[in-house]
Design a protein around this ligand. Structure first.
Ligand SMILES: Cc1cc2nc3c(=O)[nH]c(=O)nc-3n(C[C@H](O)[C@H](O)[C@H](O)COP(=O)(O)OP(=O)(O)OC[C@H]3O[C@@H](n4cnc5c(N)ncnc54)[C@H](O)[C@@H]3O)c2cc1C
Length: 400
């Protein structure tokens, strides 16, 4: 049983997923504490964050229900209306168009720093107790709850603890949850660029043997620049090629990038510094161990080729909130083991299907073997020409 003054739930990690969890669960009537290692910097419009997400419609709806979406969209979120995917080896383009699905947009390109900033402010306003800066260093648990040891010397007791502390999650490890991990030996190189031709509110992705190259349309920052020419790139390349691309001068990099993108939008010009993230697939074997629950990247890390990482994490939270709300409406125990197990089964299977699908796509499009090379282009074209198949792919990505 919870003691007086003790929070219902202690969330470790205040990234997008942990903050959304704190807000959603506080709004569902739980007493929430959040432990975060570092205070997030305030978002500044003139200093765009290099880490951007393609946010799916179901997650924009989640953020709207939490009361933060209008503040995010009003600050800077670029709606993309089309997606165009093609293979460097030839064949037709796979095209998704919002009109075909009866929508105004397929999703939004949003900066990580903006999401965190607006969620952080909302979490404070919702009365969540913050322990920041603080890191979790120890865990004890029994059937009734958890006791967390923090590096500032304090202890935090709660009925349940949520591990939202990312891919290297300390809380997940302390709870003894093992992960299966595969290093892709690839890096995702990110940067902002402008292109000679306008991006047409389209997310572009070209599959190359080393990995996919994505151009995500972004809102303009410079009022004097031509409108609609700014994109964020995610260029997946083998580790050694990433090192080479990071070391190139800007002019050589622009040339290499324009060539890799097949000059689809004309000359590409770098507008920021370049950063490369190591890529892996990592799946937790369990999502619940006693009174500890893993969510977001602590539970699943997927290849960024479909832009689904943070989207899957937010879906963990939407499902957890629904489970808590349903239990409380029926005056049942929101933290009962069988309830958590049901949540874990659904989320684990959804995330595993996504992780293995992205894995297969990455392998097939990265293969130089004859059969996959011959199949790729026609397969993309076929998916585009068969409306039910395109709808199925879109429904999975959009969460609708
Ligand atoms: C190149 C690249 C491109 C990507 N593009 C996309 C995209 O387009 N769309 C998409 O959906 N996803 C994308 N992703 C994936 C996305 O970045 C992650 O899925 C997402 O950031 C996970 O969020 P999270 O909150 O679970 O973890 P994190 O963002 O890692 O947050 C974890 C938080 O926990 C805190 N923390 C860590 N350890 C402790 C501790 N011991 N105690 C207290 N706090 C702690 C950290 O400070 C941090 O704030 C991309 C990833 C890469 C690498």
């Amino acid at each position: 049983m919870r003691r007086r003054g003790q929070p219902d739930i202690a969330i470790v990690g205040g990234g997008v997923v942990g903050l959304a969890a704190a807000l959603a669960l506080a709004r569902s009537g739980l007493d929430v504490a959040l432990v975060e290692a570092a205070q997030p910097p305030a978002w500044q419009a003139q200093r765009p964050d290099l880490r951007v997400y393609a946010l799916a419609p179901d997650n924009a709806a989640l953020l709207a229900a939490l009361g933060v979406w209008s503040g995010i969209a009003g600050a800077r979120a670029h709606a993309y209306r089309r997606m165009r995917v093609w293979d460097a080896g030839g064949g037709d383009d796979l095209v998704f168009d919002a009109d075909t699905f009866g929508r105004r947009e397929l999703g939004w390109i949003v900066e990580h720093g903006l999401l965190v900033d607006r969620l952080w402010q909302a979490v404070i306003a919702a009365g969540v107790r913050l322990d920041c800066p603080a890191r979790i260093t120890g865990l004890e648990q029994d059937a009734d709850g958890v006791r967390l040891q923090l590096d500032d010397g304090s202890r935090l007791e709660a009925t349940l603890a949520l591990a939202a502390d990312g891919a290297e999650s300390t809380l997940r490890d302390l709870a003894g949850i093992a992960v299966d991990r595969q290093d892709y030996k690839q890096r995702g190189l990110v940067a902002y660029v402008t292109t000679a031709q306008a991006h047409e509110d389209t997310a572009w992705q070209r599959f190359l043997p080393g990995g996919p190259l994505a151009f995500l349309p972004c809102s303009d920052v410079d009022a004097d620049a031509p409108r609609g020419h700014r994109s964020s790139i995610v260029w997946t390349v083998p580790d050694d090629e990433a090192r080479h691309l990071l070391a190139l001068g800007d002019t050589e990099f622009n040339r290499a990038l324009t060539r890799a993108f097949d000059s689809r939008l004309g000359q590409v010009t770098l507008q920021s510094n370049r950063v490369a993230f190591p890529l892996r697939r990592q799946l937790a074997r369990d999502y619940v161990r006693g009174r500890v629950v893993a969510v977001g990247d602590a539970a699943h890390v997927v290849h960024p080729l479909a832009g689904q990482g943070v989207n899957l994490g937010l879906r963990d939270i939407a499902a957890l909130r629904d489970s808590v709300v349903a239990a409380r409406a029926s005056r049942l125990d929101w933290s009962a083991q069988d309830r958590l197990a049901r949540w874990a089964r659904t989320r684990k299977s959804d995330n595993a299907v996504a992780a293995h699908a992205f894995d297969g796509i990455n392998r097939m499009f990265g293969s130089r073997a004859a059969v996959p090379t011959l199949l790729r282009g026609p397969l993309l074209g076929l998916a585009g020409r068969v409306p039910p198949l395109a709808h199925l792919l879109w429904r999975r990505a959009s969460g609708l």
